[in-house]
Design a protein around this ligand. Structure first.
Ligand SMILES: [Zn+2]
Length: 188
């Protein structure tokens, strides 16, 4: 079940890279799409070979929908990273659900890496894939990046921060034509 971007057709690969804003160092695939059919969330290989060395890549879920990226950046600007970090401190139920979602993502990440890596995963790679959040942080009380949590929620569900974010910004609709929104362009 290894990702293989070569299986994507050329146009789709080009659009995904354009939405991402860079050429990724590792293979990836499209996990979810906006209603206009354009890539919304990409899943990158959580372990990849570079210069002959296998490297772990824990922040493997990428939000690429330009509409959601803009709206989530607005929330970050408005202080929502701190708001949710505080909620993790103060609300035991929220924290419990968040930690469960991070355990879920560790499991998915490890399973994907095992399918990609030839042979037994080295301990140092396994450790990083098991002991980081979906945002690639070792701080399980930290939120770091709302984009990662929303991408996690859209791709697999179960992330209470991502669920809050999508409740606020709203799901994409066909009329948003997400894939045609120019990055850095005017707001919708
Ligand atoms: Zn969208």
């Amino acid at each position: 079940m290894a990702n293989n971007c070569l299986e994507m057709n050329g146009e789709e690969y080009k659009l995904a890279v354009q939405l991402l804003g860079r050429s990724p160092r590792m293979p990836f695939s499209v996990k979810t799409r906006c209603p206009d059919g354009s890539p919304q969330v990409l899943i990158a290989d959580p372990v990849f070979l570079e210069d002959g060395i296998w490297k772990p890549f824990p922040a493997f879920i990428w939000l690429v929908c330009p509409r959601l990226k803009l709206l989530v950046s607005d929330l970050e600007q408005a202080g929502y990273v701190r708001k949710y970090s505080q909620q993790l401190e103060e609300d035991a139920d929220f924290r419990e659900r968040f930690l469960r979602s991070q355990a879920q993502i560790s499991g998915i990440r490890l399973e994907l890496a095992r399918a990609i890596f030839p042979g037994e995963l080295p301990e140092h790679i396994k450790e990083i894939l098991l002991e980081t959040t979906v945002a690639g942080s070792r701080d399980f009380r930290g939120v770091k990046c709302l984009h990662s949590h929303l991408a996690h929620e859209l791709a697999y569900g179960g992330n209470p921060i991502g669920a809050e974010v999508i409740r606020i910004v709203g799901h994409c609709e066909k009329a948003h034509a997400c894939g045609s929104i120019k990055t850095g362009g005017s707001r919708i």
